[in-house]
Design a protein around this ligand. Structure first.
Ligand code: AMP
Length: 222
């Protein structure tokens, strides 16, 4: 039987990685790991690890690599939630994390790295309009596409609010960090022959179609 795909989704904050990763995880029946969602859930639960991560997240800074790698290694361990196929969303975020990911994946490497490409001016617009469920940041809305009853989440009934790091100052800082720390990974994975670039502008259904066809082409070449 063919292996389930192992996918890394790269893209600026607000490119639609969370939305598309959820759809792709359903399409390929693979696990979805968003490091941002995981840190937010831990912060909400008030664990020591979550509160430590929140200090960095709220200001738009990256969580230190040793904290992130501890979580990733646990998830990727044999028998862990990512032991088979998976989609990584928000990880790796810098060169060190990408190199450490390679070292952790000794059994089978990544199949494809997709760069979900959206221009900066469009993501700034999307992020300032974005609203998320307080209970679960993975339930995503916008001022242009609100929940059906007031600002109450359609999926779990939580309050729908603006993320602490979607303020204009934090957004600009996060996008600058993306340019300096994360965007060099596009060339890093391209040099390894793993990169596919997909236009992330347009209706989510159309973006999903583009992603699936790019991923299927990349897998057929391996
Ligand atoms: P996201 O939901 O992907 O925008 O992530 C929200 C925040 O979580 C980021 O601004 C960082 O503070 C933190 N974070 C998520 N993933 C990582 C990562 N791989 N490395 C460092 N910090 C991360």
């Amino acid at each position: 039987m063919a292996h389930k795909p192992r996918i890394v989704l790269l893209g600026k904050q607000g490119a639609g990685k969370g939305t598309q990763a959820k759809l792709l995880s359903r399409h390929y029946d693979i696990a979805h790991l968003s490091t941002g969602d995981l840190f937010r859930a831990q912060a909400l639960a008030g664990t020591a690890f979550g509160l430590e991560a929140k200090r960095f997240m709220d200001g738009g800074d990256l969580v230190p690599d040793e904290i992130v790698m501890g979580v990733i290694e646990e998830c990727l361990a044999p028998g862990g939630p990512l032991a088979d196929g998976f989609i990584l969303d928000g990880f790796p975020r810098n060169q060190l994390q990408a190199e450490q990911l390679e070292q952790v994946l000794t059994d089978r490497p990544i199949d494809v790295v997709v760069h979900l490409d959206v221009p900066r001016e469009i993501v700034v617009e999307r992020l300032s309009a974005r609203r998320v469920c307080e209970n679960n940041g993975a339930h995503i809305y916008s001022v242009n596409k609100p929940p059906s009853r007031g600002w109450i989440c359609d999926e779990c009934g939580g309050n729908v609010v603006q993320r602490d790091d979607d303020t204009p100052e934090a957004v600009n800082k996060r996008l600058d960090l993306y340019d300096t720390q994360t965007s060099p990974l596009i060339a890093f994975y391209n040099a390894k022959g793993l990169l596919a670039v997909v236009n992330g502008v347009g209706h989510p259904d159309h973006v999903l179609e583009r992603l699936v066809s790019a991923i299927d082409v990349a897998r057929s070449r391996r």
